[in-house]
Design a protein around this ligand. Sequence first.
Ligand code: ATP
Length: 235
Amino acid sequence: MLNLSGLSVKYGGFTAIKTLDIEVEKGELVVLLGSNGAGKSTTFRAISGLEKPSEGEILFEGNAIGGKSPDRIVKSGIVQCPEGRELFHGMSVYQNLIMGAYVHRKKKSEVKKSIQNVYDLFPILREKKDNAAGSLSGGQQQMLAIGRALMSKPKLMMLDEPSIGLAPLIVEQMFEVIQKINEDGTTVLLAEQNANAALKIANRGYVFESGSIVVEGTSEQLFTNDAVRKAYIGA
Ligand code: ATP
C-alpha cells in the first residue's frame, strides 16, 4: 500500500532522514520506534506532503505522492494525527470533528454518520461535544485528535506519539482503540517511544536511529532483540 524507497529529507544542509526503505501492506499495523529526534516525525511529514523529499520515492497504492500537496494526499486516503494533537482549542469538540471532514466536502448526511461513528468509538466525545477542545483532559484531546483524523475516512492513518504525556491507564485504552481502528479496516502507521505498548499491538516495526533504520522485523523479533530491549524496553 505504502512504499518508501531511498527516501531522504533535508532541513537546509542537515539530513534528517537518510535513504529510508519502508513498506506497509494494506491492513497492517506498523510501528516506527526511536528516541527523540530519530526522524519519525520527519518521515510522517514527508508522507503527508509537509516536507519535500530531497531524494527517493513515496508510492501510495502505486501512485507517486512525494512532494504532492497535503490536501491532495489527504484526498488520496492518508491522514496524519500529529504529535501534540494540534487541535483548534477555542472550537468545540463537534467543530473540530467537522474540520476533519473539510477536504472531502462530503454530503451532510455522510459527515453526520462519520461523527456518530467517532462518538461510538469515544463516547466521552459525545458527552463533551459542545465543550471547547482546550478544556478537555490530555487523554480526551488525544481521542479528539484521532476522531478528527478518522473523519476523513482514511485508508492509512499515521499516528505520531499518541501516548505522549498520558497516564498509563489512558495509554492502555488508547492502544486498544488504535488496535480496534486497525481491525475495523484502517491500515495504521504508528510512531512511538513506548515500544512495549506499541509492539503488543503492531504486526511489524522499524527502529530509527539518527535518521536511519537500524533494525526491522516482526513485533516478536523486535521484542526479543537485545539491542531493542536495552534501548527501548528497558529490560
Ligand atoms: P520527536 O519525537 O522528538 O519528534 P522524531 O524521531 O520524530 O523525534 P524528527 O522530529 O523527525 O524526529 O527530527 C529528526 C531530526 O531533524 C532531529 O535532529 C531534529 O532536530 C531535526 N529537525 C526536525 N524538524 C526540523 C526543522 N524544522 N528544522 C531543522 N531541523 C529539524
